[in-house]
Design a protein around this ligand. Structure first.
Ligand code: FES
Ligand code: FES
Length: 209
């Protein structure tokens, strides 16, 4: 019996607490305060594929959503939306990044390059042509990210930036298959076109070391 009373008291307390929090949630905001779900907008200006773009965005907008949803650059792909697949890889100021992991408003004044800025159907970038030649894709969903990443990988090796598998840090990194696979490991291909992707990139680089 005592247990039942405790139980029913607990249930009443719980219902009272629930009603109180619902009342707080539905109460009007104090004068002048924006409701919690009102987006905070901010202006941002950056260059995308050589073109100056000015946007006013909800500050929570990722660079990926700014490119795809606001600038309609749908070559940039959304795979996982949390930094796991590399489908959203773009080049910002010469370095590749996952566009889903960064907010657009953090890129004031930056130069962003997407797959649309590398080549066009009439004038393919050498990496795009090599992916076609070597069958470096099947469904193609990961391909824009793979190609943006590959472009940055070749630049990183040229700049002497070592990777996790570079054996001799006192020497310039060489384009070995291990280097290439390690550096491209952030770009997942569900179709498993990895061998042909390696061949395509190696072809553009003039062969593996
Ligand atoms: S969509 Fe950005 S890493 Fe997967
Ligand atoms: S080609 Fe289909 S996911 Fe890579």
């Amino acid at each position: 019996m005592a247990d039942n009373e405790t139980l029913s008291l607990s249930r009443r307390d719980l219902m009272a607490a629930g009603a109180a929090s619902a009342a707080v949630a539905s109460a009007p905001s104090p004068a002048g305060a924006a409701p919690a779900d009102t987006p905070h907008l901010a202006k941002v200006a950056f260059t995308v594929n050589g073109q100056k773009r000015d946007l006013e965005l909800d500050t929570r907008t990722t660079l990926l959503d700014a490119l795809r949803e606001h600038l309609k650059l749908t070559g940039v792909k959304k795979g996982c939306d949390h930094g796991q697949c590399g489908a959203c890889t773009v080049i910002v100021d010469g370095r590749r990044i996952n566009a889903c992991l960064t907010l657009a408003v953090m890129h004031e004044g930056d130069a962003v390059t997407t797959i649309e800025g590398l080549g066009t159907p009439d004038k393919l970038h050498p990496l795009q042509a090599a992916f076609v030649k070597h069958d470096g894709y099947q469904c193609g969903y990961c391909t824009p990210g793979q190609i943006c990443s590959a472009k940055a990988v070749l630049d990183e090796i040229k700049a002497g930036i070592p990777s996790h598998v570079t054996a001799d840090l006192t020497d310039d990194p060489k384009l070995t298959e291990a280097e290439l696979r390690e550096r491209m490991s952030g770009n997942i291909c569900r179709c498993g076109a990895y061998s042909n992707i390696v061949e395509a990139i190696a072809d553009v680089a003039g062969g593996l070391a």
